[in-house]
Design a protein. Structure first.
Length: 641
C-alpha cells in the first residue's frame, strides 16, 4: 500500500468535506491567508448549498487557523454581503476594505409584472399599467471583503515573527504604457538611532524615482466588458503631467514642510494615454474556463490570480500556505498557484465540484516533482539523519523532513548572557526570537511530538526578569499548547543565588506541543516498588500506605534529579549532563523515534539520543561547537566499531 504524499510537498491539496468540520481538525496559526467564494445565501439557481451565508463560527475557525497578520478575501453578493461582513467582523477579523468587482455580462433575474398579472387576472388594465416593470436590477458588481487577523504587536514585529501582515502593492500595481521621473517630498530628518524626527517639521534633501512601475492598486476591479463600456463613456485621454522642474530647483512650501532640492529633472504624473479603464485592474476572461464546468458562480482565474497575489507574503524559506474554503470547481486554487503561493489547500463538500477541480488542477501541470525541486533550490537539500549542521536554526529547520521529529530537546542561549561565547538575544526580543524558530517546528513535529526547552530565570537586583513569562505567553498565542513544566533538580548544584536566600538548585524545563495528548512514557525511567497505589505511585510518597500492596514500576515524577558534572575536559560554557538528556529522551520520545536539538552546542543531546537508541538531527550556529560535537560523535562511533 502506497503512503500518501506529504501535503506540504505539493502545490495544492483538496479535501472533500464540510468546511466547519474540516477547520476544527486543523491546528492553529498555520495559514498565511484565505481566499474564498462562500455561499451568498440566495439559493442561487435552486442550489441547496447557497441557502445561507456562512455563520460566525466558520469565520472564527478560519481566524484560529490563520497566522496573525494573515489576510482574508471573501466574495459576497450585493444583497447579503452586509451579513457576510458582520459575521467576519464578529468572529474577530479586522475589516480593512471592500473591493468592488465590476463586470458587464451579468444576467437580470427579474419577474415581469405584466406577465404575472395577466396570468392572475387575464388581459386587464392593471397589466397594461405595469407593462415594463420588473423586480430586480441587472447584477453588474460583486463586493469582495478584505479582512485581516489582528497583528501581534506592531506590523514590523508581526512581519519578523510570522512573515506576513502587508499587502503586496508593487506586484499588483496597474500597468502603464509610460512613466516619468517623479519628485517626492523628502523624508523627515533622522535621529542618531535611525528613527524619523517627527518633531522637526522642516525637511531637507529630496527624493526622485522613476514612476513607471504602475499606479497604486485600487479597490475597483473590472472585467473586459466593464472596461470596454467605461472606455466608451470616458473617451480617449492623455494623463496630465505635473509641472516640469529642473535639477537644483526648490519645490515645496517653505512655511510648512520646508524646501527640498532636486538632483534630477523631475515631472509628476504619468505620460500614458487611453480610456478610463487604465486606472483599474482588468481581469481578462477566458472562454475555456467554462469547458466541462457547470459551476453556477464560476470566477475568472485571472481575477483570482490577482487577488491571491495581493495577499501573498514575501518569499521565505518556509512554504507560504493559502486556505481556500468553499473551493468549488477550483478557480481560486488555480489562480493562487499561478500567483506564487507555495501550497494551497481547498475544502469542498460537493463531490461533483471536487472532481471538476481536481481535473482542472491536474491539467495545469502542477507536478509534485517540480514543486520539490523548487523547494530544494530555495531552502537547500533535506538534512541527513544522525548528523549535525552549522547554521541559524530558523533557516536550517525547514530542511528537516516534515513530521519526522518526535522530540525537540534544546537549551537556547539565555538572554544577554555569555555574549563573548556565542550569539545572544536581548530580553526584550527574546519572545519574538523564540517564536520565530519555534514556528518553523510546526510542520516538522510528529502529531504527538514534544518540545522541551531547558532554561532558567534571570535575576537582576534580587528581582526575577519577566522575559521567561512573556516568552511562554507569546508561544501560547502563537498556537502552541503548554503543559506542566518539568524540573531539573541539581542534586549537587553549586551555591547559586542570593546568599541570604535558599540555594537555587533547579532549572525549568518548559514543555510544549501541538496537541492535547503528546507522547509521554512516565514508566520508561520509573523505579521498581513493592508498594504501588492504583495510579502507580509509590504509596509511601503520598499516603499512609493503608491500601493493599501492589508491586511494579512506579511512574517517574516531574522532577528529574540528575547531578551536575560529567563533562570534564569539554570546552563549552553551558553544558548539561548527558544523564539528564537520556532521562528526558526516554520519557518524551518513543523508542526508535527522532530527536532534534536546535542549539546542539557540544553535542550532548545527540550523544544521549544515540545512547538511548534514537535518531537525531543537530543544528548549531557556531562552527567551533559543530566541530566539537562531530569529534565527540566520531569518538563514540570508533569505540563501538
Amino acid at each position: 500500500m502506497k503512503k500518501p504524499k506529504k501535503m506540504i510537498d505539493r502545490p495544492y491539496h483538496l479535501t472533500e468535506g464540510d468546511v466547519l468540520s474540516e477547520l476544527k481538525k486543523m491546528p492553529p496559526n498555520v495559514y498565511d491567508g484565505g481566499l474564498c467564494d462562500p455561499p451568498y445565501g440566495l439559493g442561487f439557481m435552486g442550489k441547496k448549498w447557497d441557502e445561507n451565508v456562512p455563520g460566525i463560527e466558520v469565520w472564527r475557525e478560519m481566524l484560529r487557523v490563520m497566522k496573525p497578520g494573515a489576510y482574508l478575501l471573501a466574495f459576497g453578493s450585493p444583497k447579503t454581503f452586509h451579513r457576510l461582513m458582520c459575521h467576519i467582523e464578529d468572529a474577530g477579523w479586522e475589516v480593512m476594505e471592500t473591493i468592488c468587482w465590476l463586470y458587464g455580462e451579468g444576467f437580470p433575474k427579474s419577474n415581469g409584472f405584466s406577465k404575472r398579472i395577466r396570468r392572475y387576472r387575464g388581459h386587464s388594465k392593471t397589466a397594461r399599467r405595469f407593462q415594463g416593470y420588473g423586480t430586480s436590477l441587472k447584477p453588474a458588481w460583486e463586493p469582495i471583503v478584505l479582512a485581516m487577523k489582528p497583528v501581534h504587536g506592531s506590523y514590523a514585529n508581526n512581519a519578523v515573527v510570522f512573515g506576513n501582515g502587508g499587502l503586496n502593492i508593487d506586484e499588483c500595481r496597474i500597468g502603464t504604457n509610460g512613466g516619468t521621473n517623479r519628485s517626492h517630498q523628502a523624508p523627515y530628518p533622522r535621529t542618531e538611532d535611525g528613527r524619523e524626527n517627527r518633531r522637526q517639521w522642516a525637511r531637507s534633501g529630496h527624493s526622485v524615482e522613476p514612476n513607471g512601475k504602475g499606479r497604486w492598486p485600487a479597490n475597483l476591479l473590472l472585467d473586459d466588458e466593464a472596461a470596454r463600456v467605461l472606455d466608451e463613456q470616458s473617451g480617449w485621454s492623455q494623463s496630465s503631467k505635473g509641472r516640469r522642474r529642473k535639477a537644483g530647483s526648490l519645490p515645496g512650501n517653505g512655511r510648512t514642510m520646508g524646501h527640498f532640492h532636486l538632483r534630477l529633472d523631475g515631472e509628476g504624473g504619468y505620460d500614458d494615454e487611453g480610456g478610463a479603464s487604465r486606472f483599474f485592474y482588468v481581469a481578462k476572461a477566458s472562454g475555456k474556463e467554462r469547458d466541462g464546468n457547470d459551476h453556477p458562480s464560476l470566477k475568472p482565474v485571472e481575477l483570482c490570480k490577482y487577488l491571491a497575489r495581493l495577499i501573498l507574503p514575501p518569499k521565505r524559506d518556509t512554504p507560504r500556505c493559502l486556505l481556500v474554503p468553499f473551493s468549488g470547481s477550483g478557480s481560486e486554487m488555480i489562480g493562487a498557484n499561478i500567483a506564487g503561493w507555495d501550497h494551497v489547500r481547498g475544502i469542498e463538500k460537493n463531490k461533483k465540484y471536487i472532481d471538476i477541480a481536481r481535473e482542472r488542477l491536474r491539467n495545469r501541470d502542477y507536478s509534485n516533482e517540480s514543486s520539490k525541486q523548487d523547494r530544494t533550490k530555495r531552502i537547500g537539500p533535506p538534512l541527513r539523519i544522525n548528523t549535525i549542521t552549522k547554521g541559524d536554526c530558523a533557516k536550517v529547520i525547514p530542511r528537516v523532513p516534515d513530521k519526522s521529529v518526535n522530540l525537540v530537546l534544546c537549551s537556547p542561549p539565555y538572554p544577554e548572557k555569555r555574549g563573548d561565547k556565542y550569539p545572544t538575544v536581548s530580553e526584550r526580543n527574546y519572545p519574538a526570537w523564540t517564536a520565530r524558530w519555534m514556528d518553523e517546528l510546526k510542520t516538522k513535529l510528529n502529531d504527538d511530538g514534544n518540545v522541551l526547552i531547558v532554561i532558567d530565570h534571570v535575576v537582576k537586583d534580587g528581582v526575577i526578569s519577566d522575559f521567561l513569562l512573556r516568552t511562554q505567553l507569546f508561544l501560547r498565542e502563537s498556537g502552541w499548547n503548554q503543559h506542566m513544566p518539568q524540573k531539573w533538580f541539581k542534586v549537587n548544584g553549586p551555591p547559586l543565588g542570593h546568599t541570604s536566600w535558599p540555594r537555587h538548585c533547579y532549572e525549568e524545563i518548559l514543555w510544549f506541543s501541538r496537541t492535547t495528548k503528546p507522547f509521554c512514557d512516565p514508566w520508561a525511567i520509573g523505579t521498581h516498588s513493592e508498594n504501588l497505589s492504583v495510579g502507580n505511585y509509590r504509596q509511601s510518597d503520598w499516603t499512609n500506605g493503608d491500601k493493599p500492596k501492589k508491586e511494579g514500576t512506579a511512574r517517574t515524577t516531574d522532577v528529574f534529579s540528575v547531578p551536575v558534572g560529567g563533562n570534564t575536559g569539554i570546552d563549552h560554557p553551558a553544558m548539561y549532563p548527558q544523564a539528564l538528556c537520556e532521562a528526558l529522551i526516554k520519557t518524551f520520545c518513543p523508542e526508535g523515534g527522532t530527536v532534534l536539538d536546535c542549539f546542539a552546542g557540544s553535542g550532548t543531546t545527540l550523544l544521549a539520543a544515540q545512547s538511548a537508541g534514537r535518531n537525531f538531527y543537530g543544528i548549531d550556529v557556531m562552527k567551533k561547537y559543530v566541530d566539537l560535537a562531530r569529534r565527540r560523535l566520531d569518538e563514540i562511533d570508533s569505540q563501538v566499531a
